[in-house]
Design a protein around this ligand. Structure first.
Ligand code: SAH
Length: 213
């Protein structure tokens, strides 16, 4: 007998159990968000069949949407709660912003490529998200007007952590950022009263954080 085609909901459930829970992600909020957000709507139409695969995918303009596990991992590390305000650098497809918006109160997301930001805004509006705020510009300077943030997620890799981003963290605030050039590592930064505590977590591969000339 021919196997029935899986629905997107079923594909998402299996993505969460085989790629995310199985690799140790436990935060219920993160698991629920990953089960809920329709990832296939954030990739180009001809890629929808691949949307729930265990890999990053191209989203146009030479950019990529991260592998589902990395999205879940970076979100879990931030330990978000419902009252918190998050800054994302690198809106890209808008998928990560949606996952953050499922958990936190407000998401502020900055993207340097106008077309990507517009596209993400359309999809997220269509999906009914009202707690995501968009800006087009260089995210290395953060988004000062809404600072300080409880958490910051950077989804493109700078060679070094931009100072402006650290400065826009609350005391007790957390930032997750891939740092490096050819070799990159995810770094977790926690702002304490008098210092920033840094911890290297795992090797990763992100597109570079672009510096406009
Ligand atoms: N979070 C995205 C993935 C982003 S890929 C998602 O869920 O789909 C990284 C994104 O960072 C790209 O869209 C890229 O254009 C953007 N980017 C690169 N340099 C940037 C900068 N200086 N400021 C803001 N965005 C930047």
């Amino acid at each position: 007998m021919k196997k029935a085609k899986k629905t997107y909901t079923e594909e998402r459930e299996s993505m969460v159990s085989t790629q995310i829970k199985s690799r140790g992600i436990k935060d219920v909020n993160v698991l629920e968000a990953m089960e809920k957000v329709p990832r296939h709507l954030f990739v180009p139409e001809n890629m929808r069949k691949l949307a729930y695969n265990d890999e990053p995918l191209p989203i146009g303009n030479g950019q990529t949407i991260s592998q589902p596990y990395i999205v879940a991992y970076m979100t879990e590390v931030l330990q978000l709660s419902v009252e918190e305000k998050v800054l994302e650098v690198g809106t890209g497809s808008g998928y990560q912003a949606a996952v953050l918006a499922e958990i936190a109160k407000e998401v502020f997301t900055v993207e340097i490529i106008d077309g990507l930001s517009k596209n993400a805004q359309e999809v997220l509006q269509e999906e009914g998200y009202t707690n995501i705020h968009f800006r087009v510009g260089d995210g290395s300077y953060g988004w000062e007007e809404n600072a300080p943030y409880d958490a910051i997620m950077v989804t493109a890799a700078p060679s070094e952590v931009p100072k402006a981003l650290q400065d826009q963290l609350k005391i007790g605030g957390r930032m997750i950022v891939p740092v490096g050039d050819a070799f990159q590592e995810l770094v977790l930064i926690v702002r304490e009263k008098r210092k920033f505590k840094k911890k290297k977590l795992l090797p990763v591969r992100f597109v570079p954080l672009v510096k406009p000339h």
